[in-house]
Design a protein around this ligand. Structure first.
Ligand code: AHG
Ligand code: MN
Ligand code: MN
Length: 339
């Protein structure tokens, strides 16, 4: 074997074709003969934002951008400096793409209207949670970015009406996990693909073309400290899971907890509590995109026992919803207890 060949053997994905996110997006575009490329540009802006945020997070302690801003977001939650910086990165990267009509962020009170022209060009609304699990930053824990893409309907009148679409209308959704590696998971309604950032070359490389969630998994993931406030059915499920040898796993960052559930199976929950009857997680920025990913991977996602998260009709941009998602068998079991 020549030296060149043995070096080539050590390249990422040496045993298969190396596919970058960019190449994947272009290949997807070719499958849709009428695609204008607009949508691809949006995904590439999200990838660019992800690389920027990943780099910022890695150096956060060194550059003294950890800790709180001393302000609260619209949800009344304390904002970390990096919440605000990540939000800015996404707004800038997406703002430059002509195909983005409106962006809405968990951190902002109101959506940002970028373009309202009705010139026939198809445009999109991009919703995001810029930095999910940001309270983990101080301890170098996993954090993430979650995004959801909807078609813009200029005829809807107000931007808010254009955005308030059920999760079933999402044209794409995904998340980036900034963990021990940076992972991008995305769906455009055609299965779920997973990419890992190769920091040496600055590209997201395809590592799994068709992610499937295991049908079962003996792990539950939730904030057990809230247990006394859960409605009885949820408490009964927990007692059942513990009596049956289930493990508990909880990072406290939805992206990290859902990612583990997606790959290893099990169930992730943020149930209602007496104090928060709709739980904590936000429908438009967290629950809908994660539900699309999980369903596209063959799992289930419910807002309690009866209603699919994706079918919840949003009333307001920042509304919350109880979340129950993961492996088919585990989600169904929780639903039996909760019903
Ligand atoms: P964010 O940092 O975007 O506000 O989201 C935090 C969310 C989510 O990531 C996680 O699943 C949940 O809050 C954890 O909440 P508890 O601390 O109440 O368990
Ligand atoms: Mn979040
Ligand atoms: Mn957040």
């Amino acid at each position: 074997m020549s030296q060149a060949e043995s070096i080539a053997d050590r390249l990422p994905g040496a045993s298969q074709n190396v596919t970058s996110l960019q190449a994947h997006i272009l290949a997807e575009e070719r499958r849709h003969p009428h695609a204008s490329g607009t949508f691809s540009w949006i995904l590439s802006a999200l990838a660019l934002s992800a690389k920027t945020i990943a780099a910022l997070i890695r150096r956060a302690r060194l550059e003294d951008v950890l800790g709180s801003m001393g302000s609260e977001n619209v949800q009344g939650e304390e904002q970390q400096k990096l919440d605000v910086i990540s939000n800015e990165v996404l707004l800038r990267c997406l703002g430059q793409r002509s195909g983005v009509a409106i962006v809405a962020s968990e951190e902002d009170d109101e959506p940002t209207i970028l373009r309202t022209e009705t010139d026939g060009e198809r445009r999109y609304c991009v919703l995001f949670d810029p930095l999910d699990g940001s309270s983990n930053l101080d301890v170098a824990g996993g954090v993430g970015t979650i995004f959801s893409i909807l078609r813009h309907h200029p005829e809807a009148g107000s931007p808010e009406t254009s955005i308030l679409q059920a999760g079933t209308e999402q044209v794409a959704a995904g998340y980036i996990l900034y963990g021990s590696s940076t992972v991008l998971v995305v769906t455009t309604g055609n299965g779920v693909q997973m990419f890992v950032l190769d920091p040496a070359i600055g590209s997201f490389l395809l590592v799994e073309e068709e992610v499937r969630i295991p049908a079962r998994g003996e792990t539950y993931s939730l904030n057990e400290g809230n247990r006394p406030g859960f409605p009885q059915g949820w408490q009964d499920y927990l007692a059942w899971a513990q009596a049956n040898g289930y493990s508990g796993r909880y990072v406290g960052a939805m992206v990290a907890d859902v990612h583990r559930t997606l790959l290893k199976g099990g169930v992730f929950m943020y149930p209602p509590t007496g104090k928060t009857p709709d739980g904590k997680l936000r429908l438009m920025y967290e629950a809908n995109p994660m539900a699309m990913i999980v369903e596209q991977a063959g799992g289930k996602a419910f807002a309690g026992a009866a209603e699919r998260i994706l079918e919840v009709k949003p009333q307001t941009l920042h509304q919350r919803v109880p979340v129950l998602l993961g492996s088919v068998e585990e989600v169904d079991r929780v639903r039996e207890f909760v019903a």
